[in-house]
Each structure stands twice: as structure tokens, then as C-alpha cells.
Design a protein around this ligand. Structure first.
Ligand code: MG
Length: 161
């Protein structure tokens, strides 16, 4: 059996007047901030997609869903994840698991983690226990700590039976 591993990273700016969507869940930021971006700016789902693509050396999400393409304006990232998962399957690979960590000072993500895992797993045709989502603050350090943005790191393991 062949195995492949990939990693993904993403960061989006926190701005006023935008929704905060993470793992397909709409959250409330205490300062009313949301993530800026061409799509729904779901950094968690973006990092997972890049990990999947990276595992097969297929490039990154910018290649498949270019930000300058109006087609992807306001796109639901979970739908894009479904497409990336299909691409992986078309090439004969199966996802063993994904794991991720969201770096955000606020809001508290813990109450939403299970819903994020369930939503991501459902779109990928996985069980929730194959999808790890963790959250950490950045101890008020750096851009995440100053609430200038929220970032995410993810890894994905694929197998080809
Ligand atoms: Mg992104």
C-alpha cells in the first residue's frame, strides 16, 4: 500500500463587516470581526484542501479556485473541499485522516469544534474521528495574537490500496 502525506497553511485577515466562518460554522467574534477573502475565507477548510493537494503534489487551491475568478466570489469552502476530495478519489487515493490546528485569539473555538469536525467529515465522506480539529491561541503574540488575522495549519495522510 502506498502512503502520501501533505501539509497546508492559510491565514486570513480579521476585518469588520465580514462573517467569521470556520469549518463551515458561522461564529460570532466578540469584536464583531470576520475573515476577509474572496471566498468565505474559511482558513480551516483552505488549509485542509492544501494539505490534500500537497499530498499528491497537485499544487494549491489557488490553482483550482483562483481568487481573480468571479466564479469563486463568496464560495462556500466546504463545497470546494468536496471537489478537492473528489479529485483525490479520481486519482485512486483515499484519505486516511486529516488533522489541523486553528490559531485564533478569540472567539473560544472549543464549543464549535465538534460541529466543525462533523461538517468537514461529512463533505469528505469520512467519519468524524478521521478529522482532527484543534484550536490554540497565540498567547497574544504575532498577527494572530493581535487579532489581525486567524491562521490554520493542517496535515493529510492518503493511502492508495
Ligand atoms: Mg485562504
Amino acid at each position: 500500500m502506498a502512503l502520501r502525506i501533505g501539509n497546508g497553511y492559510d491565514i486570513h485577515r480579521l476585518v469588520a463587516g465580514r462573517p467569521l466562518i470556520l469549518g463551515g460554522q458561522r461564529l460570532e467574534h466578540p469584536a464583531g470581526l470576520g475573515l476577509d477573502g474572496h471566498s468565505d475565507a474559511d482558513v480551516l477548510v483552505h488549509a485542509i484542501m492544501d494539505a490534500l493537494l500537497g499530498a499528491l503534489s497537485l499544487g494549491d487551491i489557488g490553482k483550482y479556485f483562483p481568487p481573480e475568478d468571479p466564479q469563486w466570489k463568496g464560495a462556500d469552502s466546504l463545497e470546494l473541499l468536496e471537489q478537492v476530495t473528489a479529485l483525490v478519489a479520481e486519482r485512486g487515493w483515499r484519505v486516511v485522516n486529516v488533522d489541523s490546528v486553528v490559531i485564533a485569539e478569540r472567539p473560544k473555538l472549543k464549543p464549535h469544534i465538534e460541529a466543525m469536525r462533523a461538517a468537514i467529515a461529512a463533505r469528505m465522506g469520512l467519519e468524524a474521528d478521521q478529522v482532527g480539529v484543534k484550536a490554540t491561541t497565540n498567547e497574544k503574540l504575532g498577527p494572530e495574537g493581535r487579532e489581525e488575522g486567524i491562521s490554520c495549519q493542517a496535515v493529510a495522510l492518503l493511502e492508495r490500496p
